[in-house]
Design a protein around this ligand. Sequence first.
Ligand code: NZQ
Ligand code: ZN
Length: 386
Amino acid sequence: MENFVFINTTKIIFGKGAENQVGSELKGYKKILLHYGGGSIKKSGLYDRVVKSLQEAGIEWVELGGVKPNPTLSLVYEGIRLCRANQVELILAVGGGSVIDSAKAIALGVCYAGDVWDFYDRGVSPQQSMPVGVILTIAAAGSESSNSSVITREEGQLKRPCNTSLNIPRFAMLNPELTYTLPPYQTACGVADIMAHILERYFTRVKNVDLTDRLCEAALKTVINFAPRVLENPCDYEARAEIMWAGALAHNGLLGTGRTGDWGSHLIEHELSGLYDVAHGAGLAVILPVWMEYVHKEDLNRFVQYAVRVWGVDDCFGEPERIALEDIARTRDFFRRIGMPVSLEDMHIGDDRLDEMAEKATRKGPVGNFKTLEKTDVLEILNRAR
Ligand code: NZQ
Ligand code: ZN
């Protein structure tokens, strides 16, 4: 096991009606920015409940909606201007990973005299941020308690992450009922992303990490078990609750303690969603199984362990190589069954810009840790994903 420092300070407020406490949770703040997406929170009635709670607590707010999936830098700039002009003290993100990531970027930008993009693509480390609170509406990115924010700069279609403990939200309200209104496709994208967050950590070359292996396996089995249930019955509270909690735990850092994760699939996927504006989880459902096929020989035993412990493949199934390929097939088949694309063609993405994506993904050097991937490797993975 490697040395590690684990910090996660997000206060999780979980359960039915959690969002109605937002006013009291924000006690002490005079003015906040209410940040949200393309309108789902207005349609569902969540917006009205949040506003009522703020009014009752005497909290003033300015608002900025319109965050798009794969959130953009231009809206972040607008948010920074708005916060500065109104002396906002906290940003309340009501929505999914995109809204939360946009809120985190605004929070960093308000405290910085330069261009906030410096933190995403120019190697500058942020020193300060504003507090961010979250009301989550989709179990997926894990941004509600992660240290990450991912923003797309429209110029050059560059999607880049900024990872810093300053990005960890102060609190996150997780009410599984808020996810009932998700379209099945978005639910499934969320499931794929959650599984990818666990698998990126699971496929490590670090030895003697049995506790975190088993935590990862438990989280994976939970997601695999409950995802079909939420797709069959979107209002199954218990199943939604399991997925929502798994989504937060998958990406709050705990499952990666003492080990170095891979993250190659994520970095390759960010090129896909940066260029083609596809849903992040869908892109991962395509890339991750191909990546697994490409790298499995690096540590066959780890793939056998995944097969036996997560998918219940009998270790008498055959040679280790056969077992490894079987678990990859089962992973891909699971994604297909929940309605995810499993090839670039399924996403209507042609092969004309594969080289450009491979180039962009590796511009700052090779990616991944389980196997280090050069540009030619990334290109090969993209080609095999066709
Ligand atoms: O914009 P609205 O109208 O709210 O609609 C959203 C959006 O169209 C809709 N939606 C969300 N909750 C809903 C709902 N529709 C009906 N009912 C609800 N309850 O779902 C769509 C997708 O929302 P989005 O926020 O984009 O989804 P997600 O949470 O998957 O976030 C994806 C973004 O997070 C980044 C991804 O790259 C992508 O940009 N990630 C962020 C991470 C982090 N900060 O730690 C880690 C991840 O690996 C990921 O990269
Ligand atoms: Zn992800």
